[in-house]
Design a protein around this ligand. Structure first.
Ligand code: H2U
Ligand code: ZN
Length: 351
């Protein structure tokens, strides 16, 4: 990175989303004066009788959870999508008032029976079966003829709208490829056509040469704050090998994914000494029956926090009306995350 880019307003291009981000690093020239918070003690109990995800409890529609001891997945009781066949929705094709039916399946996956845990606090051995469950859900949902995309995502923390602290994620499997992965599909496809190689393989090579945006890595995965990050501490997990999705990961790579998830979530928690809120999700090849040589498996972490456990970034003003903007550079954010220990600051709290 040339010195100019660390001090002067500039814009950076996101080749995955074909979008620019405005970077205004001169606004952070002041020395860091972030709040110094004390570690938050674990406040949740291991079992909450009022939690609809805890083993043995009743969910809001009356179904009873089994006394599960590992990963537990079920159909969302309040699904955003329904699997039934097309019904008329009154849209008009080829008009300005266009609408069409959308079919799909929504699932909920509990990571662990212990209500008080998070990915950062789970053992790698406990995250491995979660990765296995994601791959299996992806395989099964993606095999359904009407399902062309499977989006696995975790909303972590009340700030991100998570309805419950119990460690869990959601899966929405849709008939159409949603906008974000569709954009990424098109970008990766045209890059492959133009350059004869994979966009993210090439990008990863660059990041490993430069090192300045690399946060952590293991044998099979690398975490970077992407050059074009919008959120202050946004990260991208990239597989070192060209894999189109989770079902292509072998057992060693699944374990490495579990390990890298623990590494990055622990660094996040340690940054502001808080259970770090975020939306995280995996982007994988569409399940539309087509070959997808262009697709490179990855995960995005979009955390809202900016300066402390309570000071968050808001996407407002110029960002809503113009384009996304950030102050702290991606290189600065990567440096701060890199300096965090990989031992959870409340590790001692788990007996
Ligand atoms: P979030 O924390 O990301 O909102 O995910 C929780 C999901 O769990 C949410 O989509 C579902 C909600 O519809 N849910 C059930 O399926 N059954 C329940 O009894 C309560 C919540
Ligand atoms: Zn619970």
């Amino acid at each position: 990175m040339k010195p100019g880019k660390s001090q002067t307003p500039h814009r950076r291009y996101n080749p995955l989303r074909r979008q620019w981000v405005l970077v205004s690093p001169q606004r952070t020239q002041r020395p860091w004066q972030g709040e110094v918070a004390t570690p938050t003690a674990a406040t949740s109990p291991a079992y909450d009788p009022a939690c609809y995800l805890c083993p043995g409890n009743s969910r809001s529609q009356g179904q009873q959870n089994p006394q599960y001891t590992g990963v537990f997945a079920f159909d969302n009781d309040f699904p955003a999508l329904l699997p039934q066949s097309h019904v008329e929705v009154g849209g008009e094709a080829d008009s300005l008032l266009r609408a069409e039916p959308e079919r799909g399946v929504c699932r909920v996956v509990c990571f662990h029976p212990n209500h008080s845990l998070t990915l950062a606090q789970m053992q790698v051995d406990e995250i491995v079966p979660v990765v296995g469950a994601w791959a299996e859900e992806f395989r099964q949902l993606g095999a359904q003829p009407d399902i062309h995309y499977v989006q696995i995502f975790e909303n972590r923390g009340a700030m991100m709208g998570a309805s419950n602290p119990h460690p869990h994620c959601q899966i929405w499997a849709t008939e159409h490829v949603p906008d974000e992965p569709l954009l990424e599909t098109e970008s990766q496809r045209s890059y492959l056509a133009e350059h004869g190689c994979c966009l993210l393989c090439d990008y990863l090579k660059l990041e490993l040469e430069r090192e300045e945006r690399v946060v952590c890595s293991n044998d099979d995965f690398v975490v970077v704050v992407p050059f074009w990050a919008v959120w202050p501490f946004e990260t991208l997990i990239l597989s070192r090998s060209h894999r189109a999705g989770m079902t292509e990961l072998d057992a060693k790579e699944q374990r490495s994914l579990a390990q890298i998830l623990k590494q990055i979530t622990t660094r996040y928690d340690n940054l502001f000494q808080v259970s770090f809120p975020y939306t995280m999700g995996f982007h994988q090849q569409p399940t539309d029956g087509q070959p997808h040589p262009e697709w490179h498996f990855h995960a995005h972490f979009y955390p809202p926090l900016l300066r402390s456990a309570t000071v968050r970034k808001h996407m407002v003003g110029f960002e809503l009306l113009g384009m996304p903007q950030r102050d702290i550079t991606p290189e600065g954010a990567a440096e701060r995350l890199r300096s965090m220990p990989e031992t959870h600051s409340s590790a001692h709290l788990r007996g």
